[in-house]
Design a protein around this ligand. Structure first.
Ligand code: BGC
Length: 741
């Protein structure tokens, strides 16, 4: 049955393609490019050979906010892009950011990428990619603008929630299945923002100074993995590197991406990230979007013709100032994208906001939540004998899928934490809500309205007093706070101004802890925050931005239907000064930002300086316990062509089924250049029934031992190494030494 459908689609798209163009169907019938049974590369070359210079240039720039032209004469369709990366952006007007007003574009909001990274589970990433790809396909989009893999360099970056944490190995391993999943739908993943877009302050201009070690070891590996994993598109970043904007940066695009890594896809600019025709032509950009245009609204001609890669490029070509080889290379890449996506006759039809997608969102969200602390087994909440549950905090009711910049979404329904808790508790206990603090009252983004009225007339003092009074009478207090998607919180275009929780939440939490010792703090955020009250609160859960099913996923964890198994994708610092980047000149947002800390980002810095984090990278508790034992290696020495296999036993020693993420870190005991104490190299997520044991194996290969020597390139030096097996970067359960000869 499926085969028949696919075949029919194949023939259909072939005949549509033949019918669209003004050339006669007979001419196109013989055309290789129009024949879906031909290999993509032959189709690309054939199409290219039939195109005029004007048609080629038309492929390279936008014709609306999110689309570019095809070649109507040849029946080659337009390219349609969409944000990304957490759901499919609602349809906007042709030339505006405002809504098109469709009533059939409500999507599933999947959890933010921090939550996905926190699952440490590649299967979740594949499920995410496949599901969001189906939604993109259903909405007839060819390019999904995501995922984002910029490294978490500081907790102040407003866009960290759209990325996959501080570690290049984790981000690299988690990004690939997402891409695979998206692209299995005939939709390109456009991995962003390449590269060094690690802050929002001055994001359009700031010039990043970073040494080659940090570039290759920290900031590029996830992009390289995406390319090796077959990504069809990459988005350039807004910022500059070595004085050139990243959307037309010779070193990043021509030398590294297309040269060293052999990327055969398209480089798409970030929206408004192009600044110069010659650089855009010569330095590796393929498609230009979002350039200061207001489309057809003002001026005497189509403003899209004024794009850097439009009329001025044509002008250069006509005067012989730009080479046709470069033009052909760009056009070839865009054609390849079109044959891989919209003209892919195998692509499925997709689906939007289906029960399966909501289920996937709930599953991923539950698996990503990180139980940071759980003294005296406060969680999971046992409802027997419980009369009153107090839920406090604005984030228990505030919709989080609207806001935060380009990742803002429109959903049919978002299940809030309070709603999820009320639905699951039912009449087994009374659930009382107190606002506790006022954060962000806004409820709209680009014309999408939450419809929530968050107006509040009580003073800060009164809100705290009311919450405290209710806390004294409750059997348990669930505080749901954190950050939100407003400016200077977790949002695009701005960075956070402070590391602490906003809106007097710290005071409120202290007061609640005083009133009731059975207090659980649930953070909804995409970033770490300071926790001056950490010792006075018995249970803390990081719940992230969890999308459409946020409340249901949260209550799955709180009531123990799902046993937490998320692990932190970045370190939680005790204080902001413990961040190497802040000490290393992050603020103020001047012209240049120097990555003075080099490779010592996140736990690499904390380990080197012996700084105790609040909660370490890789940390996350479970309602059960796991024991590790019997770490062995099949040999103690390997050469550059060899490998070593490690194995150990992990046992679920508690009284519930659960999953554990076993982490492999490696440290170089002696090296010619400074290296981190240890670095994550691999991980396994294992599901274990209570009492069950499993053997986990890791293969250590020489490439895991390499560092980037600015003189020699990637190098693995002979000598002693140490493998660390941990339940987090600080909870090391076993080590074993070995040699590279
Ligand atoms: C963002 C991108 C986004 C694009 C299109 C830009 O401002 O940086 O991540 O994909 O807009 O909305």
């Amino acid at each position: 049955m499926i085969g028949t459908i696919k075949k029919t689609i194949g023939v259909l798209s072939f005949s549509i393609l033949c019918a669209c163009g003004s050339q006669s169907a007979t001419t196109l019938q013989g055309a290789i490019y129009a024949d879906p049974s031909q290999p993509v590369e032959r189709r690309v070359e054939d199409a290219l050979s039939r195109m005029t210079i004007e048609e080629k240039v038309a492929l390279l720039h936008a014709q609306s906010k999110f689309s570019s032209a095809g070649v109507p004469r040849l029946g080659i369709p337009e390219v349609w892009c969409t944000d990304g990366p957490h759901g499919i952006r609602p349809e906007v007007l042709w030339d505006e950011w405002d809504q098109a007003g469709w009533t059939n574009d409500s999507c599933t909001a999947f959890p933010a990428l921090t939550a996905l990274a926190a699952t440490w589970n590649r299967d979740m990433s594949l499920l995410y990619g496949r599901s969001i790809g189906e939604e993109a396909r259903y909405r007839r989009k060819d390019v999904l603008l995501g995922p984002g893999v910029n490294i978490y360099r500081t907790p102040l970056n407003g866009r960290n929630f759209e990325y996959m944490g501080e570690d290049p190995c984790l981000a690299a391993k988690m990004v690939v299945p997402y891409i695979e999943g998206v692209q299995s739908n005939g939709v390109a993943a456009c991995v962003k923002h390449y590269a060094l877009n690690n802050q929002e302050t001055g994001r359009m201009t700031v010039d990043v100074e970073v040494d080659d070690r940090a570039l290759y070891e920290i900031y590029l590996p996830a992009f390289k993995a995406a390319v090796d994993g077959g990504a069809w598109a990459i988005m350039g970043a807004y910022n500059r590197y070595r004085g050139e904007h990243c959307c037309h940066n010779k070193r990043l695009l021509n030398d590294i991406l297309k040269g060293e890594w052999g990327f055969d896809g398209v480089v798409i600019s970030d929206w408004g990230g192009v600044h110069d025709t010659r650089q855009a032509v010569e330095n590796g950009l393929d498609m230009e979007f979002g350039t200061w245009t207001d489309g057809l609204k003002s001026g005497s001609k189509n403003a899209y013709d004024s794009y850097y890669l439009a009329d001025s490029y044509l002008d250069m070509l006509r005067k012989g100032e730009a080479s046709t080889e470069t033009l052909d290379d760009k056009a070839r890449r865009v054609l390849r994208l079109i044959f891989r996506t919209s003209l892919n006759s195998e692509k499925p039809l997709g689906s939007l906001n289906s029960p399966e997608h909501l289920e996937a969102a709930r599953k991923i969200a539950g698996e990503g939540m990180v139980l940071l602390k759980n003294d005296n087994g406060l969680l999971p909440v046992d409802l027997s004998g419980m009369r009153k549950i107090l839920v406090v905090g604005e984030n228990a009711v505030k919709m989080m899928t609207v806001g935060g910049g380009s990742s803002s979404l429109k959903v049919r329904h978002e299940c809030s934490p309070l709603e999820g808790i009320r639905a699951a508790v039912g009449d087994r206990a009374e659930v009382v809500f107190e606002r506790g603090y006022v954060g962000d009252l806004s409820g709209s983004y680009n014309g999408v309205l939450t419809g929530q009225d968050l107006g509040e007339s009580r003073s800060e003092e009164q809100l705290i007093a009311d919450a405290v009074r209710a806390a004294a009478e409750a059997d348990i207090v669930l505080f749901v706070g954190g950050l939100n998607k407003s400016d200077h919180q977790d949002a695009e275009s701005f960075d956070r101004m402070v590391y602490g929780l906003p809106y007097a939440q710290d005071r409120l939490i202290e007061a609640l802890a005083e009133a009731n010792e059975r207090l659980c703090v649930i953070l909804v955020s995409g970033n770490a925050v300071a926790m001056p009250w950490v010792d006075r609160v018995p249970a803390i859960l990081e719940a992230w931005y969890s999308g459409s099913e946020a409340g249901n996923a949260l209550v799955d964890i709180i009531l123990g239907k799902v046993n937490p198994s998320g692990k932190l994708p970045f370190s939680f610092l005790r204080k902001i000064d413990d961040c190497a980047a802040i000490a290393g000149n992050y603020f103020p947002g001047g012209e240049k930002v120097e990555y003075g800390e080099s490779i010592f980002v996140g736990y690499r810095h904390l380990d080197r300086e012996g700084i105790e984090p609040l909660f370490p990278f890789g940390h996350g508790l479970s309602y059960t316990t796991f024991e590790y034992d019997g770490l062995t290696a099949d040999r103690s020495e390997m050469d550059r062509k060899g490998s070593i296999e490690l194995s150990l036993r992990v046992t679920n020693t508690g009284d519930r089924d659960g999953s554990e993420v076993v982490q492999l870190y490696i440290g170089d005991e002696e090296s010619s250049l400074p290296r981190p104490v240890k670095e994550l190299k691999d991980f396994r997520k294992v599901e274990l029934r209570k009492g069950e044991s499993r053997v986990v194996t890791f293969t250590i290969t020489p490439d895991m031992l390499r560092f980037y020597d600015p003189q020699k390139g990637w190098t693995a030096e002979k000598g002693e190494f140490k493998a660390y097996i941990g339940a987090s970067s600080r909870d090391v359960r076993a080590t074993i030494g070995f040699r590279l000869s």
